[in-house]
Ligand binder design. Sequence first.
Ligand code: MG
Length: 304
Amino acid sequence: MTIGGEALEYIDKKFYDLAIGIAPLEVLYDGCRWAEGPVWFGDGNFLVWSDIPNNRMLKWVPDLGVTTFRTPSNYVNGNTRDLQGRLLSCSHGARAVLRTEWDGSVTTLVDSYQGKRLNSPNDIVVKSDGTIWFTDPTYGILTDYEGYKSEPEQAGCYVYRFDPADGSLTVVADDFAKPNGLAFSPDESILYVSDTGQSHDPDWPAHIRQFSVNNDRLGNPRLFTDVDSGLPDGFRLDTEGNVWTSAGLGVNVYNPAGALLGRIKTGAKTSNVVFGGPRRNRLFITCSQYVMATYVSARGLQRP
Ligand code: MG
């Protein structure tokens, strides 16, 4: 199944430089309950993502299709790779950040802060110095649907920085309702973090904030953009610093100043995106039960 060019909505002329008007939106898979956490493996030419309520991770290989990557997955949500290419995963079930080693074994990197269990790590990025930054909202312990229903032990929902070199874990932001997606700007001077608190209270935010990055600390928080439709669950940046974020029934694309340039309308509740393919110009989109993909003119930023 494909959805033709009508999936694109142009709001600013700049979007003509970023999207491809004739590129269809292709459905690669439609059998998830809630897909999230897409991560591209360029070395293996495949995509891995999480199907959280089904407690599994799936893998898509071009021309071959979809197979099970891991089940049970311990309710893994967000995924990325470290500088050595190892898979890093946020596990609701383990309430931990996990690393898959080259031999396939899974190591728990961090599961507590100041002697208390984390809530349920959600999304994760790696900085060029090897440090791991992740968000820890309560989504994975609120119900038995996406993890194990449990009481939070932390006083809030924080954004953390973990240094695998020395095992240190620090809170870098503590004023979120539900911190969710996060990503660095091209020069890593800015960290973008979304707050999707509106999922559980209409008075709470649905926006993305920017923080200035000063080595291991964040400062100068400011609003990047309110999202006008749905929640900015997860996002990635392109090499020009434009932000491609989930937003309700599709993907919104914002320039570095926070202006909305255009949309890719998936028609399904959209969670996360990742750039992939040999030229990083294919945008993979997890949305409700689907994984979709479309080619774009932009190129993804993330490593490896
Ligand atoms: Mg998320």
